[in-house]
Design a protein around this ligand. Sequence first.
Ligand code: UD1
Ligand code: CA
Length: 485
Amino acid sequence: MMNPRSNSAHPVNQSKFEFAIAILAAGKGTRLKSRHPKVLHQIAGKTLLGHVVAAASRIVPPENIFAIIGHEAELVREALQSTGIQFVLQQEQRGTGHALMMAQEALRGFSHVLVLSGDVPLIHPETIERVRDFHIASQAAMTILTAEPADPTGYGRVFRRRKDAKPTDEVDRIVEQKALRGSEGEQREINSGIYAFAVGPLYTHIDELTTDNPAGEFYLTDMAGVLGKAGNKVLALRAEDSSEVLGVNTRMELAELDAKLRAQKTRELMEAGITIFRPETCDIDADVEIGPDTVIEPFVQIIGQTKIGSDCRIRSYSVITNCEIGDNVLIRPGCMMEDSIVRDSAEIGPYSHLRPGSDIGEGAHVGNFVETKKTKIGTRSKANHLSYLGNALIGEGVNIGAGTITCNYDGVNKHETVIEDGVFVGSDSTLVAPVKIGKGSYIGAGSCITDEVPADALAVARSRQVNKPKWAAERRDKVKNAKKS
Ligand code: UD1
Ligand code: CA
């Protein structure tokens, strides 16, 4: 390992594992006016920091990624724990420069560090690699990724050194928005907040940062001036696409970047052979997977880790969260589905509610106003109308009549209802769990089933009908006479 404080040459053919990635994620995000940490706000169904970590993980292994956390650090750590990255605590948030001061120990042993911002979530791994390769090839001490967005307001501006009145690759200084003076405000080239540093010179000079600025913070951006003055090479590299480096400081920007990512997602899906009508009305999260020839109608939301197969049709106004849907499935309008499985050729809806733990078998039908929870419905079984099926194990070829209810909850515990293959449950039956309905049996409509029904039996559990002849006519006469008198 190299001495992290050494300022020696950085050969081009360096192993990429000597690169660390530090992600600045300790800030409060005051401008969002939120009680929650800024980097945990979501776009396209994933936290801002989650997007940045995903990009970083394509370049270095997770143990070389250091998220610098501070504000609500435990919440941030918990949200990102499963990614396997490392965390550095910046207890007090005294600026982006201070954040890197706190990472000195963690970065010992690395020759270079790529610095990303937890609130710049659209960055592509290819662009980070471009910064890395340019930085190494040019043997710079600091490389700044810059851009020229349509509106530079709010960003730090990058001022390049000039030679023969022309700007060079070398950076003179970065000036924050609040500190811009006179014509400096006309400068269009902005600092993306993404940098590469040689670790040696960074920590040799980081203590030269001061808080002598409008915010009273240690600005990482001031390292450009500091390193330049000490005779180190500080370079700017312009991003090819300025929209990749847009930052999120306000709720407006959060919504804009969400829309951008979602538009990108639907475009990718359409390119992969999925039809999406009125894509601008559909919300499809970043991690969703969909197979070719599936058709998504307008105003559909597909959320979280949902996977949908091929040749499905998802009709309007359905909200599908963390579901696994097979091939050739029809979801009719207005369905809500969460943490559930729907197998090949099943039909759901309209207006079905599949709650967590539902497993709808191949070719099965779940119809309007049917709610399922922790329930498995077997192959080609049908529950077409107005039912609640909770904690139920339903076999193959079962018919659940309209209005059937499993009474699965006794006020304290949940109990299971088992309905075996080929059962016919008549309409408006209540099945009081725990209870088992044997294979091939029938349940008469309107029954309240409390005991096991043997296979192939008919169960009728309701009081007998009594007809009272002429009762209604006599009552009408009685009422009429009472009015006369
Ligand atoms: C920063 C840059 C600015 C650049 C912009 C790009 C500085 C001083 N300015 O401004 O030049 O154009 O990003 O988006 O760096 N953070 C910490 N610890 C702190 C303070 C901030 O980890 O003590 C984190 C924040 O959580 C955030 C990132 O650093 O993820 C950037 O901080 P922010 O306050 O958003 O800086 P900007 O004003 O956007
Ligand atoms: Ca920012």
